[in-house]
Write a protein that binds this ligand. Structure first.
Ligand code: SF4
Ligand code: SF4
Length: 399
């Protein structure tokens, strides 16, 4: 079995070459069960908030699970939105486990009380990731909303009290929380939990806050050193562009979009990865004839992504073998060509191209499912880190 994207050794080059040409089934399948969410995080990759009336029904979800069973998909990453707001959440979770498809689900923690924590603990083949984007309430709540830090910590307390074992604490790394990495580590250690760090992408509402939240170049170097020194920290392979700095980070170190990774959205549309919710990266729908299986195996988009990709403007860079030119989603939503350097290229090789991008030409990730229209986005949270959403950006100030 190939190593998972979070494995602790860099993948052997031959294996990586095989993975680039795709597999019969995805290694890392993310399934957003709903766009409904009780929160409205400023960087939400799927612009979640309101439920989409076209959401897959319980029966349709079970049919997808049956397909995943037949494809021998070992586990599925469930997200949203907040997946626990679906009334059939536990029914689908139990069904998936009964069909041999393990579930890792991401939640803001609001709906994990003592009883739910015991129920999750009693179910095999389940993993829980609680989202936390600040090591204190001020930093977290500025991004995720007032009260969300306390809710996440309460859920962690309940899981620990129920004896769940090493759940995950999932952090989207931002300019504001990078100085808190040791504090996140301490929180995880205090629960016997595992820390999982993921990269902020300019997708969904993340596009609106990208300029102000994405880490500086100096912070990226700090993050790289932090990760190199702690190979046990999970990253979902999301920082492989930092491998350009030297020793490769643990993981596959490749863009797996359409090759080993894909996303099923709440209405059954299949995209190349969770961070490219845009028509250009929509491969089909589980509602199409042939279902998910034929989308994964035959869609024109995925077949194309499995072809050798041009290094483009990265061809002359000595770090290309390590970095692979970075993240397709990050390039796309910052207005760069897909064969340009990553917008967070550690050598600054995207800076000139980024400066030349006309903001009016940036691809839109569509209307999304935000409860509040962009133009009226929620006012600043009053904390030491203040985010003031405007139509296209937020202003960050420390007090
Ligand atoms: S587009 Fe970016 S986020 Fe998506 S699989 Fe590729 S590297 Fe990962
Ligand atoms: S120029 Fe391209 S390959 Fe080189 S470090 Fe930057 S993104 Fe990576």
């Amino acid at each position: 079995m190939p190593p998972s994207p979070g494995s602790t050794t860099a993948a052997a080059p031959r294996l990586v070459e095989q993975l680039k040409s795709g597999l019969d089934a995805p290694i890392c399948l993310t399934w957003e069960l709903t766009y409904a969410c009780n929160l409205e995080c400023v960087h939400c990759l799927s612009s979640s908030g309101r439920r989409d009336p076209r959401e897959l029904t319980t029966a349709e979800c079970k049919a997808v699970i049956d397909e995943l069973h037949d494809l021998q998909v070992f586990y599925v990453n469930i997200g949203g939105g907040e997946p626990m707001v679906r009334r059939d959440f536990f029914e689908l979770l139990d069904y998936s486990v009964s069909r041999g498809v393990g579930v890792k689900f991401s939640t803001n923690g609001y709906f994990i009380d003592a009883e739910k924590a015991r129920r999750l603990t009693a179910t095999d083949y389940i993993d829980v990731q609680i989202s936390l984007d600040g090591a204190d309430a001020a930093t977290n709540d500025a991004v995720r909303g007032v009260g969300s830090y306390d809710a996440a910590r309460r859920a962690m307390d309940h899981l620990a009290a129920a004896g769940f074992g090493p759940f995950k604490i999932s952090v989207v790394v931002t300019r504001q929380n990078i100085p808190q990495l040791p504090a996140f580590e301490a929180i995880a250690d205090s629960y016997g939990a595992q820390l999982r760090l993921t990269r902020l992408r300019p997708s969904g509402r993340g596009a609106d806050v990208w300029n102000d939240l994405h880490p500086t170049n100096a912070q990226q170097r700090d993050l790289y050193r932090f990760l190199i020194e702690r190979p046990g920290i999970l990253t979902g392979d999301s920082f492989f562009h930092l491998s350009a700095l030297g020793e490769s980070l643990p993981g596959l170190n490749l863009c797996g979009a359409g090759r080993v990774v894909c996303l099923i959205d709440p209405i059954g549309d299949v995209y190349a990865c969770p961070f490219v919710l845009h028509d250009e990266f929509r491969a089909g729908s589980v509602r199409d004839r042939g279902g998910f299986t034929s989308v994964w195996r035959e869609s024109e988009l995925f077949v194309g992504l499995r072809e050798p990709q041009s290094p483009g403007a990265c061809a002359s860079c000595g770090s290309y073998d390590a970095c692979g030119g970075g993240c397709m989603a990050a390039k796309f939503f910052t207005g760069l060509p897909l064969d340009a350097p990553d917008p967070e290229c550690v050598w600054g090789n995207a800076d000139d191209a980024l400066a030349a991008v006309d903001p009016a030409s940036l691809p839109s990730s569509g209307p999304g499912h935000s409860k509040i229209p962009k133009a009226d986005a929620r006012p600043a949270v009053s904390t030491n880190v203040t985010l003031k959403p405007t139509r296209h950006r937020v202003v960050v100030s420390s007090s």
